[in-house]
Design a protein around this ligand. Structure first.
Ligand SMILES: *[C@@H]1O[C@H](CO)[C@@H](O)[C@H](O)[C@H]1NC(C)=O
Ligand SMILES: *[C@@H]1O[C@H](CO)[C@@H](O)[C@H](O)[C@H]1NC(C)=O
Length: 334
């Protein structure tokens, strides 16, 4: 809790704590959402759960290559909008098959719950959840609310009542800031500074939930090999969010009802659950794979097709051109 990011404190804690203060202290399981409802660290010191939101995208494919080489698992909060496009649906399915945890991102239509009934909002959340379930067979439990909706207490309370686990973070990897070939190497230094500061101050490891963005306009993909190696060098253990919370059932039984959770073969505690990592020696060349160019920022950027500084609108253009070529749906072809 020590390193809760200022963004979380200002966006969640202030408005929600303020409203919580008016009410009598409520039972944590049923009361209004406070910032304490957001996951911001793991159960076990030394764990680090990297999470990525806003994808899938071209960047996700590159990250999957790196993560495979590192034998490391992360959590992807899928944006259901992108899953309408075959190529992105395939990426999320690939991530799931590779043993990564799939959560979801959610953002209210026009960014407000005002003017909508609870039922309408629930149905909209469920629609996104079902899109993911169509693809991977389970409904996501771990939920990353889009930052522009973090002050919408009504949405947060609805999500909580539906049984979603709200995810925050205590380490921002700043991949949106270090987003060029020249700067993405700095992302690993963000981790280095965090780990070193913790060690200096307390003489022991903390645990971290990392906020990253798997879109081509960030340095997340090209910075990842160095990040893995930095984590390895500091002796931290990479985990999915279910490993971070000791959760054997990281998926929901139902997209709307709060009627329990399920696990799968790769969930925490199950036979195929994996955690940890190994140092990465080569930079992968995206979908082609196998390029063993030396590890530095500029090569990493080339390996991802030079797309590291594309805007969100070019992401959309790619998606739309895909749409023009292939008919919708067909997720299972992947
Ligand atoms: C998903 O992506 C679409 C298209 O870029 C965007 O409009 C929407 O806000 C995103 N949703 C979330 C939850 O991030
Ligand atoms: C990348 O984008 C950022 C912000 O959009 C901009 O400041 C920077 O100059 C861009 N870098 C390159 C290499 O285009």
């Amino acid at each position: 809790m020590r390193f809760v990011a200022p963004a979380i404190l200002s966006a969640i804690a202030l408005p929600l704590l303020a409203s919580a203060a008016v009410e009598a202290p409520a039972a944590p399981a049923s009361g209004p959402v406070t910032w304490a409802d957001f996951l911001t660290s793991c159960q076990t010191p030394g764990q680090i759960a990297i999470t990525y939101s806003e994808g899938p995208s071209e960047a996700t494919m590159v990250m999957l290559e790196t993560l495979k080489e590192a034998q490391a698992k992360v959590t992807f909060f899928a944006n259901a909008t992108w899953l309408q496009y075959m190529q992105y649906a395939g990426v999320t399915r690939h991530a799931y098959m590779d043993g990564h945890l799939i959560g979801m991102t959610y953002r209210l239509p026009s960014d407000t719950s005002t003017g909508r009934t609870d039922e309408e909002i629930k149905q909209d959340i469920a629609r996104a959840s079902r899109t993911i379930q169509d693809l991977i067979g389970v409904y996501p439990r771990y939920m990353k609310v889009h930052e522009s909706n973090l002050k919408d207490a009504r949405l947060l309370n609805l999500l909580k009542s539906m049984g979603y686990t709200l995810v925050g973070f205590n380490l921002d990897e700043y991949d949106y800031k270090y987003n060029t070939a020249a700067t993405s190497g700095q992302i690993a230094e963000v981790y280095n500074a965090m780990f070193s500061k913790q060690l200096d101050a307390y003489g022991r490891k903390a645990s971290y939930i990392v906020a990253g963005y798997d879109v081509p306009s960030t340095g997340a993909a090209s910075g990842l090999p160095k990040v893995v190696n930095m984590i390895q060098a500091h002796g931290y253990d990479m985990v999915r969010l279910d490993g971070c919370t000791n959760d054997k059932t990281p998926y929901k039984k139902d997209p709307i009802l709060n009627n329990g959770y399920v696990g799968d073969a790769k969930s925490f505690g199950a036979a195929e659950y994996k955690h940890g990592q190994q140092a990465v020696k080569a930079i992968n060349a995206g979908a082609g794979g196998g390029d063993s160019s030396p590890q530095d920022g500029s090569d990493a950027s080339k390996a991802t097709g030079g797309g590291q500084n594309k805007s969100a609108s070019s992401h959309l253009v790619v998606a739309l051109s895909t749409l023009a070529i292939v008919p919708l749906v067909c997720a299972y072809l992947f």
